[in-house]
Design a protein around this ligand. Structure first.
Ligand code: PLP
Length: 527
C-alpha cells in the first residue's frame, strides 16, 4: 500500500497544491507558512523558539476593511437606502493592541462589562476612540456598569448607547443621568425559536411587552430609543437560516420605528463567522448582507419606515485569525493500533480552552514535514497532568499530521478570539502552565513593528498564588525596544536590530518629524 503524504492529504481534502493561498489568512511559499501572506512562522520559531504566540494585527485591519467592502457591494447590489456600521465586540479580545487596531480600522465599539466601558472611556480620553464612533453597551448591567455608562455620558460622550437587557436598567440610568441618553432594546429570543441544544442566549433581552414599556417610558423625554438589537448566535454559517431568523426581528423593528421616528438602527449583534476554524470554510459575506438588506428594505417599505442603519457587532470575525500558537511536539507515544500521541510543549486545554468547553475545532498545520507520510494523531498537552488535555476531543476523528514526529512545530490557527480571554492573562493557570512568549506585530505607516513579550515567569505565578517573591528563575529578557521591519510581501526574515520605540497610539495629529515617509527614510535599509 502506498502511504499518502501530508501534502497529498491536503491536496485531496482541500485541493491545496502546496504553494499559494491556503485560506484568507494563510499562504505557503517556498515551503514556508506565511501568516497574512507576510509573516514567516518558521523564521519566528527559529529566532524565538516554541512555544510562541504570534499576533499579527494587520489581519484585524483587513477583516474590518473586507466587511465594509462586502457591505458596500451589498448596498450596490440591492440599492439598499440605509447604511452599514461595523462595531468590534471587544469581549472577543480586550488586548490593547487589538482594540486599538480595530478602532484604527474604523470600527465602532461594543461593550459587555463595566470594565469594558471604563476602557472605552479611557481610550476616548487618549484620543484613540474618536467621539464619532458609537459605543453599544450590551449585557446585563449591574451598578458598576451603569455607573460606567453614566460617567461616559456625563463626561460628554454623546454616542454611547445603553442597550437595555432588563427593564430596571432604564430607570437606573435615567435616574443617574440628566443628560439626554441614547437607548437600545435587546430582543429576547421568542420561545419558539430557542434552540434547546444550545441554551443560554434566551436569557438576554426584553420580551415584546417589555419593549413596549420602554417605548412608553421614553416617549416625551429628552432620551432617544434608537437601536433595536436582535442577536441570534455566534459563528453562524447557515446564512439562509440566519437571515430568515432576522426577518422576524426586522418586522418587530419596523412596527416600533413606525411609531418612534428616532428608532433608526437595526443591530443584529454577533454571529458573523470566521474562517479560522476550518480550511474548508466557505461563507458568502456579501450574499448574506445582500439578502439581509433586500429583506430589510422590503419589510420596512411595507411598514412605511425608512431603511435602518444596519449594525454588525463582530467579535470572532474581527480577531480570530490574527493570532496563532506555535507548539513543538516534544515526545511521541505510540499506543498499539490506536493513533499515537503527539505531546506538545504547552497545553491546548489552557491556551485554547474552547477545545474543551464547546468542542471547538481549530486549523492545525505543521510548519514542516509536508512530504512525509500522513497519519492520524491525538495531541496531548505535556504541561498539564490532565487526561482532558487532548485534541481533538475523543468524539472527533484523529488529526492528520506528518508522521515525522519529534521536534515538529505545529501552528494552531484561529485562536485570536475568546481563547486568551477565557484562559485569562496573568495569574496562575492549570498545572501552572506558563503563558507563552508573545510576538506582537503591528503596522505603523509603511513599517511593521515587532514587539516581544516575555513568557510568563515562575515568580509571577508564585506571587499570584501568594508565595514570596524570591527570584529563583533566570529568564532571558526580551529585547526592550520594538523592532521595525519594512513591509514586504516576502517572508520577513526576522529581525535583528532594535529600532525606535513605536509611535504612541494614534494621535489626532501626527507631528511632522514622525510622518511615515520620514520614518521610512530614516530606517530605510536598516533591517
Ligand atoms: C451582544 C453581543 N454582540 C456581539 C457578540 C460577538 O459575537 P461574535 O463573536 O459571534 O461576533 C456577542 C457575543 O457573545 C454578544 O453577546
Amino acid at each position: 500500500m502506498i502511504e499518502q503524504t501530508y501534502a497529498g492529504y491536503l491536496q485531496d481534502r482541500y485541493g491545496f497544491a502546496g504553494t499559494g493561498v491556503l485560506t484568507d489568512f494563510l499562504s505557503r511559499h517556498n515551503e514556508r507558512l506565511l501568516l497574512g501572506d507576510t509573516v514567516d512562522l518558521g523564521a519566528l520559531v527559529a529566532q524565538y523558539g516554541a512555544p510562541l504566540e504570534v499576533s499579527y494585527c494587520p489581519l484585524i485591519t483587513q477583516q474590518v476593511q473586507n466587511m465594509l467592502d462586502y457591505a458596500t457591494a451589498a448596498r450596490a447590489q440591492t440599492g439598499y437606502a440605509g447604511d452599514f456600521l461595523y462595531a468590534y465586540a471587544t469581549k472577543a479580545n480586550f488586548s490593547e493592541e487589538v482594540v486599538r487596531t480595530a478602532l484604527g480600522a474604523g470600527a465602532n465599539y461594543e461593550t459587555s462589562a463595566a470594565a469594558d466601558v471604563v476602557i472605552a472611556h479611557h481610550l476616548w480620553r487618549q484620543g484613540i476612540l474618536p467621539e464619532d464612533r458609537y459605543i453599544f453597551c450590551n449585557g446585563s448591567k449591574e451598578d458598576a456598569y451603569i455607573d460606567g455608562i453614566v460617567a461616559l455620558r456625563r463626561a460628554g460622550y454623546e454616542r454611547v448607547v445603553a442597550v437595555l437587557d432588563d427593564l430596571n436598567e432604564l430607570e437606573e440610568l435615567i435616574a443617574r443621568c440628566a443628560a439626554p441618553m441614547l437607548f437600545g432594546v435587546r430582543e429576547r429570543h421568542a420561545p419558539e425559536v430557542v434552540d434547546l441544544a444550545h441554551p443560554g442566549g434566551e436569557r438576554f433581552g426584553l420580551t415584546p411587552a417589555e419593549i413596549e414599556q420602554v417605548v412608553a417610558r421614553l416617549a416625551g423625554t429628552s432620551h432617544q430609543l434608537m437601536v433595536y438589537h436582535a442577536m441570534v448566535g455566534s459563528q453562524i454559517e447557515d446564512a439562509a437560516a440566519w437571515e430568515a431568523r432576522l426577518q422576524r426581528s426586522v418586522t418587530a423593528y419596523a412596527t416600533i420605528a413606525a411609531r418612534v421616528p428616532e428608532m433608526t438602527m437595526f443591530n443584529f449583534g454577533g454571529g458573523m463567522p470566521t474562517s479560522g476554524y476550518d480550511l474548508g470554510f466557505n461563507f458568502d459575506y456579501t450574499g448574506f448582507l445582500s439578502n439581509l438588506m433586500a429583506s430589510t428594505g422590503r419589510i420596512c417599505a411595507d411598514y412605511g419606515v425608512a431603511a435602518p442603519l444596519i449594525v454588525a457587532e463582530c467579535g470572532r470575525y474581527t480577531v480570530a485569525n490574527h493570532n496563532v500558537y506555535l507548539l513543538e511536539v516534544g515526545r511521541v507515544k505510540q499506543q498499539g493500533a490506536l493513533e499515537p500521541w503527539y505531546l506538545l510543549n504547552g497545553s491546548l486545554m489552557v491556551s485554547a480552552p474552547d477545545t474543551l468547553i464547546v468542542d471547538q475545532e481549530f486549523v492545525v498545520l505543521p510548519l514542516d514535514g509536508w512530504d512525509d507520510a500522513m497519519q492520524g494523531v491525538r495531541l496531548g498537552g505535556r504541561r498539564t497532568c490532565d487526561s482532558d488535555d487532548l485534541y481533538p476531543r475523543p468524539n472527533r476523528p484523529a488529526l492528520p499530521l506528518p508522521a515525522f514526529c519529534e521536534g515538529m512545530v505545529l501552528a494552531v490557527f484561529g485562536v485570536g478570539a475568546y481563547q486568551s480571554m477565557i484562559a485569562g492573562k496573568g495569574g496562575a493557570h492549570h498545572c501552572l502552565n506558563p503563558e507563552m512568549r508573545r510576538i506582537i506585530i503591528e503596522q505603523d505607516g509603511d513599517q511593521l513593528v515587532l514587539r516581544e513579550v516575555a513568557p510568563q515567569g515562575l515568580v509571577a505565578m508564585m506571587t499570584a498564588l501568594g508565595y514570596n517573591r524570591e527570584v529563583i528563575e533566570p529568564a532571558r529578557q526580551p529585547i526592550q525596544q520594538p523592532i521595525r521591519l519594512p513591509i514586504s510581501q516576502q517572508a520577513a526574515p526576522l529581525p535583528v536590530r532594535p529600532a525606535r520605540p513605536m509611535r504612541p497610539a494614534r494621535r489626532r495629529q501626527v507631528a511632522p518629524a514622525l510622518r511615515p515617509s520620514f520614518v521610512a527614510r530614516q530606517f530605510a535599509g536598516s533591517v
